[in-house]
Design a protein around this ligand. Structure first.
Ligand code: FAD
Length: 480
């Protein structure tokens, strides 16, 4: 034990259990836990509104778990940590690693500056099963394709560590002499307009909520996950993504809990494997971001920089507001607006519609998602948008254009998802629900739908917009 306190800096690891950095700090002696909101700096991706709401709620939970001893700061982490270490005489600062390029760069700088003043810094891995720099091909270059990355590079290399068994017993250092911290409310994470109230009905941010979500998934979603995960009306996916993003639960804990459940319960290997491979897509997203720091802004396939994207403010607004006239697209966009979430199948459909049918730049979809999603994640959002747009490393080919009508018929066959988010179409018979403009005038009248008044007519024709997108793609491929 040493007398000087250790500062533990919480970041994307808002939990006590299986927190390697916090556990190591606790083993050193008295701890000062801090959270610093520093995403207002130029060059950072300022957190979106839904994420800020989540963060507020999650920090509130964490503060209670830490018996009110969590110190909050807003500003430049570099300066705050220097001031704080001096004020309390700390000789060590511990944190868990983050992988966003701006954070990697900032953390490197902070470590250097603290080291220069004799302060030791230790960082730990709390959020990835495999470190991105450790998984490389035989020729020491990064993988570009998911399956060999996962099967050979990850699974073929090492088994992820087991989660730490217990949350550490914490001994807090007295911080009554610290004057520049602030209360959580002063971080001003909540919006001034109370739109976030609707999110409260859907989520329970924090470590407890994360474990509850995992248990619910094991009890009700895992069985049949492989097939059911594509049907947005079903509660078949875990909805763990925001909890994972904020580090309220680790992928190690999820993996271990599922393996334990599988050992005693009748869980099919196919469901389990498929779920693990989805977790691995998350890892692959971080991997791509780590090895391509411009992933959020620039296409990985350079030829896409020449793509003749359109400018269409009105089209963009219709897409954002769920008013395109294509029910599956609109239901997805309204799910996003109402709940801060969208089912993965529908994310792919709305993404394809924006990038291919409207021919708007994928970065515009990425930004909207960034602001609205509670699970907005720089790595997964950027990698997924590049996948949808066909310009990513292991992406859906550009010519694969989702048809929102047939996708709806296939994955929302009885229209339960569409009816949930588009009440104005609820009375339409299922046969017409995915393409309301094909219903007769009588049918529409009986269902109380006035197309163009209660619900929009399609803003773009699927056939001609598809052709236009394919022609643009051909042009780019041929180097025009
Ligand atoms: P489950 O099916 O239960 O999967 C378990 C976990 O695996 C998820 O929680 C998530 O962490 C991970 N995962 C699953 N699918 C993917 C995937 N395709 N890529 C990366 N990780 C995955 N995910 C985010 O976490 N943040 C984002 O900002 C984000 N933006 C996306 C944007 C687009 C255009 C698309 C097509 C996908 C995006 N995804 C994003 C990936 C995926 O849609 C979500 O992770 C998933 O819907 C979360 O729901 P779930 O937790 O119920 O998933």
């Amino acid at each position: 034990m040493i007398d000087a306190p250790v500062i533990f800096w919480f970041r994307q690891d808002l939990r006590l259990a299986d927190n390697p950095g916090l556990t190591a700090a606790a083993q050193q002696g008295a701890v000062i836990p801090v959270y610093i909101l520093d995403d207002e700096q130029p060059g950072t991706w300022r957190m979106g509104s839904a994420s800020r709401w989540w963060l507020h709620r999650s920090l509130h939970q964490l503060e209670q778990q830490l018996q009110g001893r969590l110190l909050f700061f807003a500003g430049k982490a570099e300066e705050i940590l220097q001031r704080l270490t001096r004020a309390v005489g700390a000789e060590k600062v511990f944190w868990n690693r983050c992988y966003e390029p701006w954070r990697i760069e900032r953390d490197r700088r902070i470590k250097e500056t603290l080291n220069q003043t004799g302060i030791g810094v230790q960082s730990f891995n709390a959020s990835l099963l495999w470190e991105p720099w450790e998984v490389l091909k035989g020729d020491a270059t990064p993988y570009k394709v998911f399956t060999p990355y996962y099967r050979k590079g990850c699974l073929g290399r090492t088994v992820p560590r087991s989660p730490l068994e217990q949350a550490p017993a914490l001994h807090f250092y007295s911080t009554t002499n610290i004057s520049d911290g602030c209360p959580l409310a002063a971080l001003a994470l909540l919006p001034s307009q109370p739109w976030h109230k609707k999110l409260e009905q859907h989520w329970q941010p924090g470590e407890k909520g994360a474990h509850q979500r995992l248990n619910d998934f094991i009890a009700g979603g895992l069985d049949g996950y492989r097939q059911g995960r594509d049907f947005p009306a079903l509660e078949q996916t875990s909805r763990l993504s925001p909890h994972l993003h904020f580090g309220e639960i680790s992928p190690h804990q999820i993996r271990q809990t599922l393996l334990t459940a599988a050992a005693t319960e009748n869980i099919s290997a196919a469901d389990l494997d498929h779920f693990f491979s989805e977790l691995a897509w998350r890892e692959f997203s971080y991997y791509q971001l780590y090895h391509n720091t411009h992933l959020p802004e620039l296409p990985l396939r350079a030829e896409f920089q020449r793509f003749p994207w359109l400018k269409d403010e009105e089209g963009l607004r219709s897409w954002q507001g769920g008013l395109t006239g294509y029910p599956l697209v609109d239901a997805g966009m309204r799910e996003l607006w109402q709940t801060g979430f969208m089912h993965n199948r529908v994310r792919m459909v709305v993404g394809s519609f924006l990038v291919k049918n409207l021919m708007l730049p994928w970065q515009q979809g990425e930004s909207w998602f960034w602001d609205c999603l509670v699970d907005a994640d720089l790595a997964s959002n950027a990698a997924s948008w590049q996948w949808v747009a066909g310009c990513g490393a292991d992406a859906a080919p550009y010519f694969r254009i989702f048809n929102p009508v047939t996708q709806g018929q296939k994955f929302d066959p009885d229209g339960a998802y569409i009816r949930r988010y588009l009440p104005e179409l609820a009375q339409l018979p299922t046969r017409y629900l995915h393409a309301p403009w094909t219903a007769s005038a009588d049918m529409l009248e009986q269902a109380n739908v006035r197309l163009g008044v209660d619900y929009p007519l399609p803003i773009v024709d699927l056939k001609t917009s598809r052709k236009r997108a394919l022609a643009a793609y051909q042009m780019v491929r041929q180097g025009h």
